[in-house]
Design a protein around this ligand. Sequence first.
Ligand code: SF4
Length: 397
Amino acid sequence: MKPSELETMRKSFNTVKERSSSIKDIPSIKRLTSRVQEIKKYSFDNKDELFNQALESFKRNDIEVKFAETSDDALHIIDDLLEEYDAKVIAKAKSNTLGEIGLKEHLNINIIETDLGDRILQLKKVDNKPVHPTGPASHLSVSEIAGIVNESLGVDVGPEPKEIMEVVRSDVLKRLESAGVGISGANAIAAEEGSLVMVHNEGNISIVSLKDLHIIVAGIDKIVPSLEDAISVVKLETTFATGNFVTSYMNVISGPSKTADIEKKLLKNMYGAERVVVILLDNGRSEAIEECLYCIGCGNCIVHCPVYNAVGNEFGFNNYLGGRGVAMSKFIEDDETCFNSGLYMCTLCGLCTLNCPLSIPTNEILENMRKLSTDVGFYPKAHGNIMENVRKNNSPY
Ligand code: SF4
């Protein structure tokens, strides 16, 4: 990332820090935090039972469910579905899980990002990795964004947020007219009801879910016992991600669009998707350390991480940013990826743990991983003469 991008990112992070630090000490939010800690612990301890219950509930609700052990499995399932629908354009919502499986890199068809931040990064084309799970373009100034939009859409907007938003919105809506398939992740899954909960401010997930086919890719760690639990999880995520109590929209999807308003005859595809397919992704989660799976994706760890604030998104793995992303990369990929994602960049300061609503001990996890990584040959090595390197670069490496 460029120094100016890092500076803009730090400014945005400071705003989030101020907002979330004032809200997290409110008694109701403290109670919610304890409740979500219990929910995530219970969900991990009963993961097999909840997984099977979710399968049954989805079936009952007429939601098709498929299991993907790896990213490749998930991509094959998506390929088959898109072929069936002869999809040329798809509407996509923001999702770390879709980033994890490498959807955009894999597909040759036209994917339209519907989240404004993601769409700006998509138009940027190069060096367009997100910097925060809910604020992907927080490192770009309004002038830079105007430049990106003007160059890629051939328009002439000024550095005015509203003007930029309106131009991008009308362009996205026009491009989505021919899209028959929508794809998104999910913030939480309720096993008992067979419901998927998604939060957003822009209303874009509603658009994605109105296409003929809605594909939802979600990690198996998103499954919690009930809809009340799922809503608690997304509420806490919102609080720590944005400093607000709720987002503008909370979609709960529990089946395809249907109506029985004419002689009680069941008809599908009234306004929303006629077919909902959920792909439950493992991709290393079964092997992952319990606490890594507690993550609710608020991104508060990276906002407070000194390393992330200094170097940005090169500390982390794909869309899993910062120390927790480094830890997950060991299970999603391997020791080498974990090493290359920044295993030795972490200062082990523990600020991420202090600011994590789930108290995920990322520093301890990474410290243990370093020991294991050293055993298999992945550790920082000095190149050449150490003293000469120090004299030349002020660093032994
Ligand atoms: S322990 Fe590591 S990952 Fe956590 S805040 Fe400190 S430097 Fe960042």
